[in-house]
Design a protein around this ligand. Structure first.
Ligand code: ADP
Ligand code: ASP
Ligand code: MG
Length: 408
């Protein structure tokens, strides 16, 4: 007997037939004494469609009402999956995020889970029900529904597995595991048997959309092994856990990512004196805008002015522009630029730190493909370059070829 948590993503529950197939799989894999929780996302492209719908009504797609709207997507799939399970003779009950005990802060559209009270889930499990929990949602302290940011159902599943002390959290998706690059962009990408939380977190943070970064963080915090695998086959996928169990780690660079959800922001000709960066970035922090790839460079030593360049998520670009324009007006700078036609390409690997030459190899691959690098940033286990968005696919393929054909 054990507690099992399974999560099925949007493409796995995209049609009524797929929902029935998921129900059949849940029933087939359930051992008599297992207590099973299933988390599901909204069907297919529902979340994108709801966002489009909102854009036809308002310019403000960052509000309490957006969460009210988006949370309906998951509510449809939990009800349908519970019905399909019941029809197969498997008692099942659906719960929204708030009903399942997910409490969050009140930052709409990217709320963070503050705690989980799993009493109701335990109660339903002990009644013999499979519990179908809506991914991606929770309740703010005042009871308002919140959502956890794109890909948030992964986080629901892993957090639930942590709260229930489940042995593993299975993430079922439309690819067979975690690959050395997005397999839809790099056909030669290789599937990994396993990867550490640390490296997966960095891949996810830098654009590998297969897992929401926050879910990997929670997996590490609660020690929940995460098994990423295909909804459509029974092949084992990729295990995400603390360390490597076999000598699978034969490449220094584990993966190449690209992220199109970035915008470059620049505030030009700011006075070269203490407190300016503080002023700019505290205004952005107050608006809950995450900032990355920060570079400050000297524009003119005589005039003592600098340029500050950084990146934000594309959906924060408009708000970033208005914040920077306000700061710019106060400081009397040369100008503000927001450029949405950029992409970030990155390499990730824990061994990179002790391996000189990785940066040179990446830059060589980009230059070989005639791709210009606009901004560079590094972390202990990654290296990222900002390039023109239209060259992202070429860049990932060139970098992948440079690391995965030669480095064995
Ligand atoms: P789901 O709806 O199941 O949550 P997602 O679309 O969120 O599915 O995530 C799966 C997708 O992630 C895959 O279809 C793939 O295109 C993309 N992806 C990006 N990088 C990677 C990677 N390194 N390994 C596997 N998949 C990746
Ligand atoms: N439906 C949400 C999204 O599309 C959450 C998820 O799929 O994980 O982002
Ligand atoms: Mg997803």
């Amino acid at each position: 007997m054990g507690i099992v948590v399974k999560k099925f993503g949007g493409s796995s529950v995209g049609t009524p037939e797929k929902i029935k197939a998921v129900a059949a799989r849940v029933v087939r894999e359930k051992k008599p004494d297992d207590q099973v929780v299933v988390t599901v996302s909204a069907m297919g492209d529902t979340t994108d469609d709801l966002i489009e719908l909102a854009k036809q009504v308002t310019g403000n797609t960052r509000s309490r009402e957006m969460d009210m709207l988006l949370s309906t997507g998951e509510q449809v799939s939990i009800a349908l999956l519970a019905m399909a399970l019941n029809d197969l003779g498997c008692p099942a009950v659906s719960l929204t995020g708030p009903q399942a005990g997910f409490r969050t802060n009140s930052v709409h559209m990217k709320a963070r889970i503050t705690d989980i009270n799993p009493d109701r889930v335990f109660e339903e499990l002990s009644r013999g029900n499979v519990v179908v929990v809506a991914g991606f949602q929770g309740a703010a302290p005042n009871g308002d529904v919140t959502t956890l940011g794109r890909g948030g159902s992964d986080t629901t599943a892993v957090a639930m597995a942590g709260a229930l002390n489940a042995a593993v959290c299975e993430i079922f998706t439309d690819v067979e595991g975690v690959y050395s690059a997005d397999p839809r962009v790099v056909p030669t990408a290789r599937k990994m048997k396993e990867i550490t939380y640390n490296e997966m977190l960095e891949l996810a943070r830098l654009g590998a959309g297969v897992m929401q970064p926050r879910s990997v963080e929670l997996g590490a915090r609660y020690g929940v092994p995460i098994h990423v695998r295909s909804t459509f086959t029974t092949e084992p996928g990729t295990m995400i856990r603390e360390g490597y169990t076999v000598e699978e780690k034969d490449f220094v660079v584990r993966g190449v990512t690209h992220d199109l959800n970035v915008a470059k922001a620049a505030i030009m000709g700011v006075p070269d004196k203490p407190g300016i960066a503080f002023r700019v970035f505290s205004a952005l922090a107050e608006a809950n805008i995450d900032v990355d790839m920060i570079v400050q460079s000297i524009r003119n030593t005589d005039k003592k002015i600098n340029d500050i360049v950084f990146t934000v998520a594309k959906n924060d670009a408009a708000q970033t522009r208005s914040i920077l324009e306000k700061v710019a007006a106060d400081l009397g700078v040369l100008g503000v630029v927001i450029d949405e036609d950029v992409a970030k390409v990155s390499i990730v690997g824990a061994g990179m730190l002790g391996s000189p030459g990785m940066a040179a190899r990446m830059f060589g691959a980009l230059s070989g493909a005639g791709i210009n690098i606009e901004v560079i940033s590094t972390s202990e286990i990654s290296l990222s370059c900002l390039i023109r968005a239209e060259r992202a696919k070429d860049a990932v393929n060139a970098i992948h070829a440079a690391f995965f054909r030669e480095s064995r």
